[in-house]
Design a protein around this ligand. Structure first.
Ligand SMILES: NC(=O)c1ccc[n+]([C@@H]2O[C@H](COP(=O)([O-])OP(=O)(O)OC[C@H]3O[C@@H](n4cnc5c(N)ncnc54)[C@H](OP(=O)(O)O)[C@@H]3O)[C@@H](O)[C@H]2O)c1
Length: 270
């Protein structure tokens, strides 16, 4: 009997086996990039060779992060402005366009701390503040970048939701409503833009060790109660969000759109 062996294909010179997962040379706009999850995601994308436009409202931490990443060889632009301001978002798109000629990917991470309050005590101003930033700001960011992506017929957008976009919780009604709507915003954009080359997906983190959750995590009764709710028995480090974002922005996720990836230590599994 003759055994025919097929040689294992070797990668082309200069092309690594993880090429489909690469973000190298992609232009990525990250909002909410000055700290927490956004900053960790920016560091992860920089390590993967992406060019970055980083945005937040205040400039100091953003500038420091930009300097850090530039020192490590990343092409970075920083810009201040609120995601609730369409003109500011337009300026961001123009900056990316002027610097690199395009935006390949977006991470819409800007979000505000939940008001930890009973629904009947939330004022209309407090409600609007959460919805304006977490939902309207995410919509405005996705569409500001989406216009150019649709023209070019290519792009990947990652929205940042939460486990509380799927599972409600007492005293988090505005936040949960905003994040549940972000999940359906992604699915709606995916349905609308699917045939035009633009993918829109969501990451839904559990509780992550950032400023946003520090008061809850460190609270004498809420902290242990929250921790007991996590099957993995710990909160997430911010950089544990970056791998999934990198994947969704890469060509490895080329057939994924409208998906909600839960990165929650098992929170939504029970
Ligand atoms: N931490 C968690 O456990 C957790 C869990 C699930 C989902 N998330 C979501 O993940 C995202 C990031 O949260 P995080 O924990 O990293 O929060 P964080 O540490 O408080 O950081 C929030 C970031 O968003 C920016 N930001 C807030 N409002 C903005 C606005 N109107 N325009 C532009 N930038 C704005 C902040 O900078 P400036 O204040 O300078 O603007 C900062 O860079 C949020 O969407 C949050 O809802 C967090």
């Amino acid at each position: 009997m003759t055994i025919v062996t097929t040689p294992t294909p070797t990668p082309e010179a200069g092309v690594s086996n993880d090429a489909p997962f690469s973000v190298e040379g992609k232009v990525i706009w990250v909002t909410g990039a000055s700290k927490g999850i956004g900053a960790a995601v920016a560091r992860g994308l920089a390590a993967g060779g992406a060019h970055l436009l980083l945005q937040a409202r205040s400039g100091e931490a953003l500038t420091a992060l930009g300097d850090e990443l530039r020192d490590n060889g990343t092409q970075v632009e920083t810009i201040t402005g609120s995601v609730t301001d369409p003109d500011a978002l337009e300026r961001s798109v123009e900056r990316a366009q002027a610097t690199w000629g395009r935006i390949d990917g977006v991470v819409a991470c800007a979000g505000v701390s939940p008001i930890f309050k009973r629904a009947e005590a939330i004022s209309v101003e407090e409600w609007r503040d959460v919805i304006d930033t977490n939902l309207t700001g995410t919509f405005l960011t996705a569409t500001a970048a989406g216009r150019g992506m649709l023209e070019r017929g290519s792009g990947s957008i990652v929205l940042v939701s939460s486990v509380h976009g799927t599972v409600g919780a007492p005293k988090l009604s505005a936040y949960s409503a905003s994040k549940g709507a972000v999940n359906l915003l992604a699915k709606s954009l995916a349905a609308e833009w699917g045939q035009r080359g633009v993918r829109v997906n969501v990451i839904a983190p559990g509780y992550v060790e950032t400023d946003m959750t520090s008061a809850l995590r460190e609270h004498d009764t809420h902290g242990p109660r929250l921790l007991a709710r996590v099957p993995m028995g710990r909160f997430a480090a911010p950089d544990e969000m970056s791998g999934a974002v990198r994947f969704l922005l890469s060509d490895a996720a080329s057939y994924m759109t409208g998906a909600v990836l839960e990165i929650d230590g098992g929170w939504t599994s029970q």
